[in-house]
Design a protein around this ligand. Structure first.
Ligand SMILES: NC(=O)c1ccc[n+]([C@@H]2O[C@H](COP(=O)([O-])OP(=O)(O)OC[C@H]3O[C@@H](n4cnc5c(N)ncnc54)[C@H](OP(=O)(O)O)[C@@H]3O)[C@@H](O)[C@H]2O)c1
Length: 291
């Protein structure tokens, strides 16, 4: 088979390509992005830009299966357009099976919210693609580790309310996606890539305290306080709105979903938040975390 990964130069895309290559099977793996030189060697590197449909027509030609990974640019409307453009190009190119990387919390929400783009993409995929599969990722444990690292200095892990989240390792999402691309019987399925358990805010603070060896508290703030706190902690302004959107979805319970899909698709159990957190914090701040 000829299997394409659009967004192959990013963190998730690189991990998917690595897994596809590691599994062997004699497939041709095509890595597509605006910077194909950054795609892992061994894969066929193709230029493809979600803002230039003609490049996608060329990049997607002859593919049996394609994974569409969206850009991490959360400006309202941008990823909606990218999804539609990429799906249209894949359908026009006759790609046999289109797999879309989506997210937990996907629903019909105001267009300004970051989760609107996933809803637009999913709906368009279902309406136009002859064979499709959707993989909804829960919140990355690695992304939480970055937030956690910034909160260590203050001893406060803040949220807009208590929440239950099934944090998933990005590598587990990648291996599950590779399982879909290589497997059979996934047409028309919507899977959830989640960690093995939900973890509350208070439990997250306790985990952090344990790993960092210092007291940590989970504190509920209002939106204005949380925005100020993020700015003080050094969160770049363009990510603050996205993190507020995510926090609201956390509190609403939209990430309170545990499935067995990673184990089934990846053939291994998903990593725990504790495991990812310990390793990520050690890598992010080797001198302040005694692990
Ligand atoms: N669930 C979560 O907790 C969570 C956390 C973080 C991120 N995410 C989402 O997960 C997805 C993958 O994350 P990631 O960490 O792999 O992101 P990433 O490293 O930023 O990778 C994004 C990929 O999209 C490609 N891309 C961006 N703009 C493009 C365009 N106009 N045309 C073609 N390709 C384009 C990039 O390649 P080039 O720039 O080379 O074109 C890159 O390969 C993103 O949508 C991100 O928002 C989810």
């Amino acid at each position: 088979m000829k299997i394409g990964v659009s967004g192959a130069s990013g963190h998730l895309g690189k991990a998917v390509v690595a897994e596809l290559m590691a599994r062997g099977g004699g497939h041709d793996i095509v890595g597509i992005s605006r910077t194909p030189e950054a795609v892992r060697s061994g894969a066929v590197r193709q230029h493809g830009d979600y803002d230039r449909p003609e490049t996608l027509a060329e990049a997607y030609r002859g593919l049996d299966r394609l994974l569409i990974i969206p850009s991490s640019d959360t400006r309202p409307g941008l990823r909606d357009r990218h999804f539609v453009t990429a799906i249209d190009a894949a359908v026009a190119a006759g790609v046999g099976q289109i797999v879309m990387m989506s997210s937990a919390a996907t629903r019909a929400v105001d267009a300004a919210e970051m989760f609107a783009s996933y809803f637009t993409g999913e709906q368009h995929l279902m309406r136009t693609a002859p064979r499709w599969t959707i993989l909804r990722m829960n919140y990355y444990a690695e992304s939480f580790a970055q937030v956690a690292a910034m909160s260590l200095a203050s001893g406060i892990l803040a949220g807009l309310g208590e929440s239950r989240v099934a944090f998933v390792s990005r590598d587990d999402v990648a291996v599950a996606a590779a399982g879909i691309l290589l497997g059979e019987g996934h047409a028309g399925a919507i899977y959830g890539a989640t960690g093995p358990a939900v973890v509350t805010g208070a439990e997250r603070a306790a985990l952090l305290a344990d790993i960092a060896g210092k007291p940590m508290r989970f504190v509920v703030l209002d939106e204005a306080q949380l925005r100020r706190g993020m700015a003080q902690a050094g969160v770049p302004q363009q990510y603050v709105q996205a993190m507020i959107d995510i926090e609201k979805r956390f509190v609403a319970g939209d990430f309170d979903v545990v499935t067995g899909d990673v184990a089934r698709l990846a053939g291994r159990f998903p990593r725990t938040l504790s495991d990812v957190l310990a390793k990520q914090l050690a890598a992010l701040a080797p001198r302040s975390v005694p692990v």
